[in-house]
Design a protein around this ligand. Sequence first.
Ligand SMILES: [Zn+2]
Length: 219
Amino acid sequence: MILIWLWKRLNKTGARPEVSGRLLRRFPEAEINKLLRARILVEDRKIDSWGTCAHCDCGHDARMIQEINGKLVACCPLDPSQDVFLEPADLMRYRIDGEKLIAAIAAAGKLTGTLAVISAGLWSMGKAATGRSIFLCRSPRDVLAPGISMLLKSLAGGKPPIVVFDEIDQASGIRLRDMEIDAHEVFEILHADGNGVEVMSFDGLLPPSDRVRLIIRNV
Ligand SMILES: [Zn+2]
């Protein structure tokens, strides 16, 4: 799911969220075009140099991209076997519009209500069909910051807030559970539909107590 992949990218690149055309190669062109039309991805700049090869002794900060026999090549001055052949689209850098991306994730997950930024990396996404309040957060430390857990609980009303993280380390997972924050990792919202197409849903996120009850009921 490209929206979630971009969100992870946004979390990692922070203040200047961008992605290269080469990294986007893994996704179908039609999906990229859709994101460009929606201005979730914005063409930003074209680069003219490429990172040096790993463990290179050339001493350069970057290698120049040259056109050789009509092909774009990032040449290693020392070792031709390390040359990288590039497509023109690889040189484009795209800016990720964080706000539009988050709105697209909320829409894809069929959440209702208003979207709001709580702090850098933490969004209030609206409500799932289950009536539960959903938050999307880059890292547990954003929720463990002073005052944030209380804020999320008051925004969520009577039920524990559901917070979806990129990843949760074990220690933070325990702390969040003790704070009665219903913490989930982002892979839990991705499912394949009947046609094998990956879809996003926040409706299957259950608090730990409900999960136990569900298992007992099924036995
Ligand atoms: Zn090199």
